[in-house]
Design a protein around this ligand. Sequence first.
Ligand code: NAD
Length: 307
Amino acid sequence: MTQERLPRLAFLGLGVMGREMAGHLVAAGYAVAVFDIVADACSALEEQGAVACGSVAEAVRDADIAISMLPNTPQVQDVVYADGILANMKSAGVFIDMSTISPEATRKMAGDLSAKGIALLDAPVSGGPIGAKNATLTIMVGGDAQAFDRARAVLETMGTTVTHVGASGAGQTVKLCNQLICAVNIQAVCEALALGRASGVDLSQMREVLLGGSAASWMLDKLGPSMIDGDAKAGFRIDLMLKDLRLVLEMAGQNDVPLPATALVTAQYVEARAHGEGANGNQALFRVYDRMTGQDKRQAAVMDSRQ
Ligand code: NAD
């Protein structure tokens, strides 16, 4: 029996998420050509067995499937249009964009690429850097069903839950709904902790009790301890959530859907970033409540009195 050749891959964007995801593909035996605008980002992957390239064009030229994991919509448009995938990938190729970007821009790119015989799948992820490292990402995929079938094994090398959720843009839509729920839930946890703290209850005990009842949530479970301890280390960064919330509000505007809770929490993310929290994890939203309740001033006074 002849063994089917594995598709040749290109991977664009080797940041916090992409370098782990590309690493799994190399480890699984795929030939992977990699490119990042930061040349150093390719070195670690090269050591693992990937081929480092100097441009998008070089990386995608021989690829059957190209994958991107880039910051936002303009960067994905860049790798498509600026002497990139549109001009250099072979017809019948599949381009999987795993970044979180605009559903509308996704549909426009899918149309332009399809005119050249290239299928675009939008396949954003949930699970963060730990999910990327452990290949346990949840991946929600929009686009042509046949292209999805061709890409499924590649996607399953990076994630455990891989679901085709509809036509082009549907993956991004589901991901943005996921982000809306996450952000509003983080805000709810912050408000409860701020109220509990001001009323003098033990926050760690309160969290444990609440995790046993109907207020239990992933955010209370995973981010609650670092909120209580004042540990702001990322995880999923404030900057990235703010970017996603803006995409949610843009989509809400296009569809005439009022999202009052999302609008409010977006303003708090703007406040957090203005106070230098952009590179911190999402639990740093609690620091907005430190400032609103004067807790930051009280903490500073305690520190001063100790000096
Ligand atoms: P990152 O900023 O760490 O990595 C992005 C990489 O893309 C960088 O290495 C950058 O140099 C590279 N890049 C930028 N423009 C480029 C271009 N034109 N060509 C080639 N490379 C380019 O971001 P990340 O944390 O890896 O996130 C990537 C995407 O995944 C984002 O859309 C983000 O919203 C989404 N996401 C991130 C997380 C997370 O926790 N970090 C979780 C889920 C989803």
